[in-house]
Design a protein around this ligand. Structure first.
Ligand code: F6P
Length: 458
């Protein structure tokens, strides 16, 4: 292979530039040219395919900075529909005209769906990313546990997963995805910061973190010591939750709850789905989980408890909601993400060079450390060809205490014990660099724009 292309699709993460940097670094060693496609699949759907040569003379361009969050290539949630064979053929023809011999897509499950049909035309490999940490399997045969259950919906069925089996941590496929560690770092720090207000004002704080149907980020916020964590994979019982909140309030006069945006009650209702909408890739976007928990606590605990005992104005005033929001998806990646993202990017190049195709570079946990590996993308698909978000294993969570279980602690420890580097701590000091006051923000988009090339329309 003489020339490959790379694109970043789906939501951004802090580790995308690190993945691209790792891929380009490996390509430099192998004397392979790398073209970066602008704005994910949207760049391929554009007849001019805006792109950037990332390594002229096999030297990475200076805009490619692995310590910078986001992606210098830009990202979009546009995707290539597997059924639309005409568009796929057109995209393949454009890549052919660019003289590209292989394509690396940096993304999650939506990206994998967009990438696979292109695999009929040229070699494709996925380098994983997602803050949700839900691209992968808890164990190799997990995808076969999904079943279709008839329901009254327009499709006529919904997907349900049969109860999983016990597994060892070293069985997990794609142990942690780049972006997850930084998201946990930001979210856990947010919990610590919001706690002091709840504590001082005797309030109940409900903090919502991202993750869609996965509770991985919420579980990771345990490092910030919230009193209660709710995850989508373990539907909560309202009575038990209220009981626990009251017990915490009784002891320490305030409480901090973390809720994942996709949480469900025991009846199976997704609390954040009240105003759910879909993005272009068909992903359901949940909003309102924390608000729903607030309403539940306001109704169940009532004003009197807060006015008489806590001297607050009302339950509504005493219970407050904060979303960590996009801060958990942005900014400088921490060392764990930077290091393994770049390794996974490099591995993706190696996979293409080895002639492996339609596969994913993966991070595996072995003998207390991490190794790189790969998996055929189809292993992630159920028998109908769908890819499901990897659920947080219920064995990682203690429903009684609303906290990580012993196995959950073990999982988190393996990732986070050495996740921060000295330079991460040092980088905090750069915020008060006086240059920040004097110089306007220097967007990478400005410099990358000057490098963008386009295919002339045939
Ligand atoms: O998949 C990553 C993610 O951050 C989810 O956790 C979240 O639900 C979603 O993307 C938000 O998407 P957007 O930034 O497009 O609103």
């Amino acid at each position: 292979m003489k020339r490959i292309a790379i694109l970043t699709a789906g939501g951004d993460t802090p580790a995308l530039n690190a993945t691209i940097a790792g891929a380009v670094h490996r390509a430099n060693q192998l004397r392979v040219e790398v073209y970066g496609i602008i704005k994910g699949f949207s760049g391929l759907l554009n007849p001019q395919v805006p792109h950037v040569h990332l390594n002229p003379l096999f030297t990475s361009i200076p805009e490619l900075d692995p310590t910078r969050g986001g992606t210098l290539l830009g990202a979009s949630r546009d995707y290539v529909d597997a059924q639309d064979l005409e568009t796929i053929a057109r995209v393949a023809e454009r890549l052919h005209r660019l003289k590209v011999d292989g394509l690396i897509c940096v993304g999650g499950d939506g990206t994998l769906n967009g990438m696979q049909p292109l695999g009929e035309h040229l070699p494709v490999v996925l380098a994983p990313k997602t803050i949700d940490n839900d691209l992968g399997l808890n164990y190799l045969d997990e995808a076969s546990e999904w079943i279709r259950e008839p329901n009254g919906s327009s499709k006529g069925y919904e997907y349900k997963k049969r109860p999983g089996r016990e597994f060892g941590l070293d069985e997990m496929v794609n142990y942690a995805t780049p972006g997850f560690a930084t998201a946990v770092y930001v979210s856990a720090t947010s919990v610590q910061r919001i706690r002091t207000t709840a504590e001082s004002h005797r309030r109940v704080s409900i903090i919502e973190v991202m993750g869609r149907d996965s509770g991985m980020i919420a579980l990771g916020t345990a490092y910030g010591q919230p009193d209660i964590i709710l995850v989508p994979e373990c539907p909560f019982d309202a009575d038990h939750l209220v009981e626990r909140v009251l017990a915490v309030l009784d002891k320490q006069k305030h409480a901090v709850l973390v809720v994942s945006e996709g949480i469900r009650d025991v009846q199976g209702h997704i609390l954040g789905a009240i105003s759910a909408s879909k993005d272009p890739a068909g992903n359901v976007q949940y909003t309102g989980a924390a608000e729903a928990i607030k309403r539940l606590l306001v109704d169940r605990i009532g004003d009197a408890f807060f006015t008489q005992q806590r001297r607050n104005e009302s339950a509504d005033a005493a219970i407050f909601v904060r979303k960590v929001g996009h801060t958990q998806r942005g900014g400088r990646p921490i060392q764990f993400d930077r290091f393994y993202a770049s390794q996974l990017g490099g591995k993706a190049v190696d996979l293409l060079m080895l002639g492996l195709h339609n596969c994913i570079s993966t991070l595996q946990y072995r003998d207390g450390g991490f190794v790189l590996d790969s998996i055929d993308a189809n292993k992630l698909r159920d028998r109908w060809g769908n890819i499901h978000a990897r659920p947080l294993s219920t064995t990682f969570y203690d429903r009684e205490r609303f906290q990580p279980s012993a196995k959950g602690v073990e999982y988190l420890r393996s990732i986070f014990s050495n996740a921060l580097g000295v330079d991460d701590v040092e980088s905090i000091r750069s915020l008060f660099d006086v240059g920040n006051l004097i110089h306007p923000y220097n967007s990478v988009n400005v410099d990358v724009n000057k490098r963008i090339m386009r295919l002339s329309e045939a």
